[in-house]
Write a protein that binds this ligand. Structure first.
Ligand SMILES: [Zn+2]
Length: 106
């Protein structure tokens, strides 16, 4: 559905690897908080001291990662592939991971 809508307006969908640590990574300094639990709705980065709302931090990380993938693809990174359907992703991404893309990094 999302792919179709984007295609319609000449855009592409960028898929972020499901193992990307979107929730656990600090969106400011990129330090990964390995101690973060699912129940932690807010947390403070031990590295830079930024206080995070879990979901907002995760959104920022996914947006940054998506832009990064797009930039890498635009500069010729051969580990990325744009499918005829208009979906840009890493070659190693397993097809069954697709339904879980928004939950990436848990
Ligand atoms: Zn930080």
């Amino acid at each position: 559905m999302l792919t179709y809508k984007l295609n319609d307006s000449g855009k592409i969908l960028v898929k972020v690897d499901r193992f990307f640590p979107s929730s656990k990574r600090c969106s400011v300094c990129h330090e990964v908080n390995h101690d973060l639990k699912l129940s932690d709705r807010e947390w403070t980065c031990q590295s830079c001291g930024t206080h995070h709302d879990r979901d907002k931090n995760s959104c920022k990380n996914l947006l940054d990662e998506g832009k990064d993938i797009l930039n890498r693809w635009a500069s010729g990174d051969s580990s990325l592939i744009l499918a005829p359907s208009g979906v840009l992703s890493g070659k190693k991404l397993h097809p069954q991971a697709h339904s879980n893309v928004r939950q990436g990094g848990e």
